[in-house]
Design a protein around this ligand. Structure first.
Ligand code: NOJ
Ligand code: CA
Length: 607
């Protein structure tokens, strides 16, 4: 007994010593973490400063930017020849849409070989020269990482489909589907594809269905298979080791599939991306990717977050999670239309647009970061969608949206041609289009008799992705100086004789020169990066007025969203301050509290 008691006493002593040691270790760990934590004085308004927070990003869609050899297809040497133009514009990060080897059924978002350059764009030597040219000009390059799916011509899929026992079989998502008593085959579930029809295709060779959220030729990778993840990390290292500075991650919330992949409910079928995105293993995959690859380089990552609500944003970008830096949330760009299928442009109001930015400011913390954008290669032109592209209003309304994008909270993303105020193309016939999304939707909606061809084409002209993909308008020479040949892969907008970079270069009042001034102002004003945002008048349907405040510095931005003049009185007796920039010559109205704003006028004041 004694022995037992003794031993239990000494056990108690040991436990106490142990507890004390744990306590000490914990205190030491906490103290250490304080020492390692960034001292408060290094934070800017509570934010950890980063180059990618201060960047202005410019997206290049290589097929449409600049053709160097007259074959009608933009290419990497073409981009190289325009780097001085981009440097003069003032942007400091280029996001290059896919440049990889691809059969190109979906604008290169169907990758055959992740370590090769699309042959129409050039070769690896051209890529290296482009990267060197970008670095020489003190800019950075992020590339598209498309790893939710590959091309069906990718060697992994060629292997995978060849037999059920092939080592690559589990690189993709195969299911037997259902067989009725009469032998009729139906897909494993009711998932629709983003590009119309079922998201499953029966492959005759092994008599199983494979999943493709996008085109039939874009099979989805199976991220549950660890070898897939290792392959992806390896290809990421390949490009990072070359010197690229990060990735825009295509449809990244889709990589983890819904548990068990049951049928979508009728309610979920109203908005399939919400059901497809943010599957149960997404945080694990992103965290692993960060740990294995991203944390070892100084990168910028931006996830294209289809199906992701604002409330889900923190879980992707909170810097304490070590996953992504920021995401594209589609609330603003898809205002008035759904993010799935052949939508049409619906009505939207200014208060709805403001409410999106106001909500971001509330939901995102100092550990999160945001993006600001209204354009990319998947959406129509800003000025035709949100503004007024009539000749009298086009330039001012284009300038207003650039003002907004470059002064709101978050890293701004411009898409090629925004800086010129490029507009939508006058699409008429189906043969005017190239995009697989439209061609498939036409079959699905028109050939099946659901919608008339006229109604379909009229609606699609305003939302088609091809609006963004017409060639960049460089000058007033034939084919807008995009190509020296006479067959650009997609027709040049006929308005190129008036809207082009050369013309705008020589016009001090052009959109181009305004955007340059705006970027310059942003580059010298940290308040536009790290400053607090306050919407002064959220319900006003005509004018967007907000402040950005950093320490003792406050800036006021006032934008008249309309084609008629507005006398706008600032709320709470506020006075405007000193005018820094306006898109139209004005009387400045310094320190006035009522501002007489011209059509689509935007002004930036320092208070
Ligand atoms: C999003 C890309 O931005 C779009 O262009 C593409 O069609 C889909 N992902 C599929 O990769
Ligand atoms: Ca070319």
């Amino acid at each position: 007994m004694q022995t037992v008691r003794q031993s239990s006493q000494s056990g108690g002593t040991i436990r106490r010593m142990f507890r004390t040691r744990i306590l000490r270790t914990c205190i030491a760990a906490v103290l250490l973490s304080f020492t390692l934590a960034i001292p408060a004085q290094q934070l800017v308004n509570g934010y950890e400063p980063k180059w990618w927070k201060e960047a202005v990003v410019y997206q290049i869609y290589p097929r449409s930017f600049k053709d160097s050899n007259g074959d009608g297809i933009g290419d990497l040497p073409g981009i190289l020849s325009k780097l001085d133009y981009l440097q003069k514009l003032g942007v400091n990060v280029i996001w290059l849409s896919p440049h990889y080897d691809s059969p190109n059924v979906d604008g290169g978002y169907d990758i055959r070989d992740y370590r090769k350059v699309m042959k129409e764009f050039g070769d690896m030597g051209d890529f290296d020269s482009l990267l060197a040219g970008i670095k020489q000009r003190h800019m950075r390059l992020i590339i598209d990482l498309v790893v939710n799916h590959t091309s069906d011509e990718n060697k992994w899929f060629v292997e995978s489909r060849s037999s059920k026992t092939n080592p690559y079989r589990d690189f993709y998502i195969w299911r037997p589907g259902h067989t009725a008593a009469d032998g009729t085959r139906t897909p494993p579930n009711n998932y629709p594809s983003y590009f119309s029809g079922s998201a499953w295709t029966l492959d005759p060779k092994t008599d199983e269905y494979y999943l493709h959220y996008f085109a039939v030729k874009q099979p989805d990778l199976n991220w549950d298979e660890p070898k897939v993840r290792q392959e992806v990390y390896s290809l990421m290292r390949f490009w990072l080791d070359k010197g690229v500075d990060g990735f825009r991650m295509d449809v990244i919330p889709l990589i983890s599939k819904p548990a068990g992949m049951p049928d979508l409910t009728p309610e979920q079928l109203q908005n399939p991306p919400n059901a497809y995105a943010n599957g149960p293993r997404l945080p694990e995959y992103l965290h692993e990717m960060n740990r294995e690859v991203l944390s070892k380089y100084d990168t910028m990552t931006v996830g294209e977050a289809t199906g992701t609500t604002l409330a889900q944003t923190n879980s992707l970008v909170d810097d304490r999670r070590h996953e992504l830096n920021m995401i594209f949330n589609f609330d603003a760009i898809k205002l008035g239309r759904p993010d799935f299928g052949p939508s049409v442009l619906g009505p939207w109001s200014l208060s709805q647009l403001k409410a999106i930015y106001d909500a971001h400011a509330t939901v995102l913390t100092k550990h999160d970061w945001d993006t600001v954008f209204l354009s990319n290669h998947d959406n129509p032109r800003i000025v035709s969608t949100f503004g007024d592209d009539s000749p009298a209003m086009r330039a001012n309304s284009a300038k207003l949206f650039e003002t907004m994008i470059l002064t709101l909270r978050g890293t701004p993303f411009l898409y090629q041609g925004d800086e010129l105020g490029m507009t939508d193309y006058p699409f008429k016939k189906l043969s005017d289009y190239n995009d697989i999304a439209i061609k498939n939707a036409y079959k699905d909606q028109v050939e099946s008799g659901k919608v008339s061809a006229e109604a379909f084409l009229a609606g699609q002209a305003k939302v088609t992705r091809d609006n963004a993909r017409t060639p960049m308008q460089w000058d007033s020479s034939p084919e807008a100086g995009f190509t020296t040949g006479n067959h650009p892969w997609l027709a040049v907008n006929p308005n190129y004789t008036e809207i082009n970079a050369a013309e705008e270069e020589s016009d001090p009042g052009s959109v181009l020169n305004y955007v340059r001034a705006l970027i310059k102002l942003r580059a010298s004003t940290l308040a536009f990066v790290y400053g607090d945002y306050k919407d002064l008048d959220p319900k006003n349907e005509k004018v967007y007025a907000y402040t950005r405040t950093l320490g003792g510095e406050r800036y006021l931005v006032v934008e008249n969203f309309g084609s008629s003049a507005q006398a706008y009185t600032l709320p709470d007796g506020l006075k405007a301050g000193t005018l820094l920039l306006s898109d139209i010559p004005t009387s400045h109205e310094a320190n006035a509290s009522t501002l007489n704003l011209g059509p689509w006028e935007s002004r930036i004041y320092k208070q």
